[in-house]
Design a binder for this molecule. Structure first.
Ligand code: CAA
Length: 283
């Protein structure tokens, strides 16, 4: 199972970062999105991030050009079905993810490995609706993808050792580090990170501190690179809420109850940086 071509579904914040690091590592990348604007924005973002790497002398201009030449965009999902490895990085909604895999199925190559960059949804459940649960696993990057060192590899109940090893080799080729996680709600990183963020929102909700004092406390008092509310805005409050709901429903424990203030922000459409407003105002 040697991976040479990678299909990325979804050209948003995660998808464009995944396409960037894959192309830089020498993989032929096909990047798919239903929106042509999203594809154009993704190529612009990847170019900008590669240019910055050139200006910092991390990579040469030739390396940048070769990486960009390895990325092909497409609005057609079936054009990525023949790649060796598909990474689904669409919106964090289970119905959308099932639909993507169902649409891909008829055209899939026999050996294609299917993966999802989901931050919390059951890999076993996603795999069960495909024809290849043994060649299906979680491939979870952290944001911003070009900077963060970790990739969580999550085995569903049926994932084969061969699939795991093929994905591990890709992570190593990217120069990143894999953490192996079992398939339980939100895996490792978000099982720990999201309750911390949710608790920060409760700390705000109960008036224990304000936005600045909470973030400053965790930056200066616990050496976190970003405060928890700033990080929530960076990840997206809708994503944070979706992950808390997965934890709450999946583990049936009130300690994972999403803070009502988090729900209220999401209902207001204040989703963080991507909507210019969250705990901070970016307008
Ligand atoms: N895309 C690409 N590169 C980026 C970037 C982005 N969005 N943001 C920053 N960078 C690069 C910068 O270019 C810079 O590169 P050089 O070292 O080559 O100069 C480097 O990252 C550091 O950036 P800055 O100096 O501008 O800023 P910083 O030192 O404050 O670091 C940060 C920025 C890396 C984002 C840092 O604040 C950080 O690590 N924050 C925490 C991020 C985090 O926790 N991510 C995980 C989120 S959880 C998740 O992703 C899982 C999930 O499922 C929700």
């Amino acid at each position: 199972m040697e991976i040479k071509t990678v299909g990325v579904v979804g050209a948003g914040q995660m998808g464009n970062g995944i396409a960037h690091v894959m192309a830089l590592a020498g993989y032929e990348v096909r990047l798919n999105d239903i929106s042509q604007d999203a594809l154009d924005d993704a190529v612009a973002r990847i170019t900008q991030n590669l240019d910055r790497q050139v200006s910092r002398e991390r990579i040469s201009a030739e390396t940048r050009d070769a990486a960009l030449a390895r990325i092909r965009t497409t609005g057609q999902l079936k054009e990525i079905a023949g790649t060796d490895l598909v990474i689904e990085a669409a919106t964090e909604r289970e119905d959308i993810k099932h639909k993507i895999f169902e649409t891909l199925l008829p055209d899939l190559g026999p050996d294609t490995i299917l993966t999802s960059n989901t931050s919390s949804i059951s890999i076993t459940r996603l795999a069960s609706r495909t024809d290849r649960p043994e060649r299906f696993m979680g491939f979870h990057f952290m944001n911003p993808v070009p900077v963060m060192q970790l990739v969580e590899l999550i085995r569903g109940i049926a994932t084969s050792q061969e699939t795991y090893e093929a994905c591990l080799k890709v992570v190593e080729n990217l120069g990143k580090t894999a953490a192996s996680a079992e398939d339980f709600p939100a895996f490792i990183v978000n099982r720990i990170l999201m309750p911390m963020i949710n608790e920060a929102v409760y700390t705000l909700y109960e008036g224990v501190g304000n936005v600045n004092s909470i973030d400053q406390s965790m930056k200066l008092g616990a050496n976190h690179p970003m405060g928890p509310l700033e990080l929530a805005d960076f990840i997206g409050l809708d994503t944070c809420l979706a992950i808390m709901n997965v934890l709450h429903e999946g583990l049936a424990d009130t300690k994972y109850r999403p803070c009502p203030l988090l729900t209220k922000y999401v209902e207001a459409g204040w989703l963080g940086r991507k909507t210019q407003r969250g705990f901070y105002d970016y307008r």
